[in-house]
Design a protein around this ligand. Sequence first.
Ligand code: DGT
Ligand code: CA
Ligand code: CA
Ligand code: ZN
Length: 576
Amino acid sequence: MSLDAEGIAEVLDEIARILELNGENPFKIRAYHNGARFLESLTDDLDELIASGRLAEQPGIGEALADKIAALRRDGRLDFHEKLRASLPAGLLDILTIPGVGPKKTRALWKELGITDIPGLQAACQEGRVATLKGFGEKTQARILDGIRNREAYGKRHLWAAVEPLVETLLKGLRQLPQVRMAEAAGSFRRNRETVGDLDVIVGSDEPRPIMDWFVARPGIAEVTAHGETKSSVRVEGGLQVDLRVVPPAQFFFALHHFTGSKDHNVAMRQRALSMGLSMSEWGLAPRDPGAKPPQAASEREVFAALGLAWVPPELREGHGEIDAAEAGALPDLVSLADLRGAFHNHTTESDGKSTLEQMAAAAEALGWEYLSINDHSRTSAYAGGLEVERLLRQVDAIKALNASGKFKVRILSGSEVDILRDGSLDYPDDILAKLDVVVVSVHAGFTLDEDEQTARLVRALEHPLAHILGHATGRLLLQREPYKVNLAKVIDAAAANGKSIELNAYPRRLDLDWTHWRRAAEKGVLCSINPDAHLADHLAYVRHGVNVARKGWLTKGQVLNTRPLREVLRWLGRR
Ligand code: DGT
Ligand code: CA
Ligand code: CA
Ligand code: ZN
């Protein structure tokens, strides 16, 4: 593969940077930069220059550089360049991509502090070592840290819950503009994906220009990456990209449907349209017969109706059989937030929570719940203030007393988030577990067991007669920590066989068990518990995120344990 002039210029610039990192002679370094600038501004034909031998005569080029350029043109690579690259620690060139950190600074970091990659640099900044270097100081150190953080943010997806506030302000602002007829968020955000790559917003209007101008002038925008007639893109502080498209109102619902996706869903819709003699795009539905009238849509429901389908809720549009279900009238009646009557798995100040038992009870009461289960950590999770048996029993008594006091109408259930130990046994003896209303069992250590061991461990915990609910089944932290290796099919089977519930942990960074597993789990008869894992009274509201994901997993009210009234829940728990 050969390189064009621009590609060759990039290689020459990189050679110059490596030479500078190696502390080479400045004239040599400049020669490569000059060569790169020459190539970038080249208007003559490069092949002709090489073939005629005139390349070496160009200002600032010379024989040696001309040979290298010719080799890069011919082979697309250069031994000299590759050897230079190999002479450096692998992560060193990455450091150069941080704004304000050039070759000189990078060389100092490398030679003085032994820093050879970005994680090493970040750690050194956090420890304050970079500020002590000659020519750096506190300000530079802080700027480098910011640069690293932004670099990460830019490359990353974003938690759904972190994007939501922006969506709300943006839609509110758009809908107040006189030119805006309709405005909705689309894409992965509308589909309730747990993370969002970029945010897609669709507006219906006949007057796009002022909307575009308004959009790119929003506060909190770090960079305007496109400002067009009907489409603009910005990067907001924190790194999220937002794409805004304006379409004529008559196209709005077709565009909204198209840009909601997913791609797989769109492909299936387009195939269905074709089989009906229609071609489908973001512009609308066009009949193959030129004499026929194109279908119109005054709502998204009418887009689906034009294809003979019931409206598919956006969260189901993943190409997982939703179109067949829509055709058969077999779409699930999805669970909603209003269906919840309480929640399990909540922490208090007794372990690592920040709100007291009474504050938690008051918050649950304010939500109109019938019950709230307190499940502080067990003794092995000492790092999280796990409760020794004595303290757990005192908490059970305190909860009894609170319920008896009549201070709150909400019924507090006593429980624990009991550690599943390495061998799958539980962290309290059975006679203690038997005193609790709700036993949530969770893994908090031993993430590195191999898949068979981890699976056997979870299965054993689920077989424990006193366990009720498996907490955060895979231990994942979205955008932070991968799930541990475990055979979820076997875990789901074990839960079904033993009549246990699996949690849908509603903490925005967990949302574990993942939405992709719920349909199968529910079909096997596993009850879902949508649990906030609250560490603060305000966190009880996280159940909202859990409901979003439960809907994405096709779950109905009947498949979620905490939609049931207290009486039924107590019966299910074996506490009546
Ligand atoms: P993201 O941004 O990675 O979280 O995921 P999405 O689903 O928001 O993807 P994005 O922003 O690339 O595109 C938004 C929607 O637009 C996508 O779900 C479906 C539609 N779309 C985009 N590109 C294509 C395409 O090449 N083919 C089809 N059929 N649809 C597309
Ligand atoms: Ca998107
Ligand atoms: Ca997009
Ligand atoms: Zn936990």
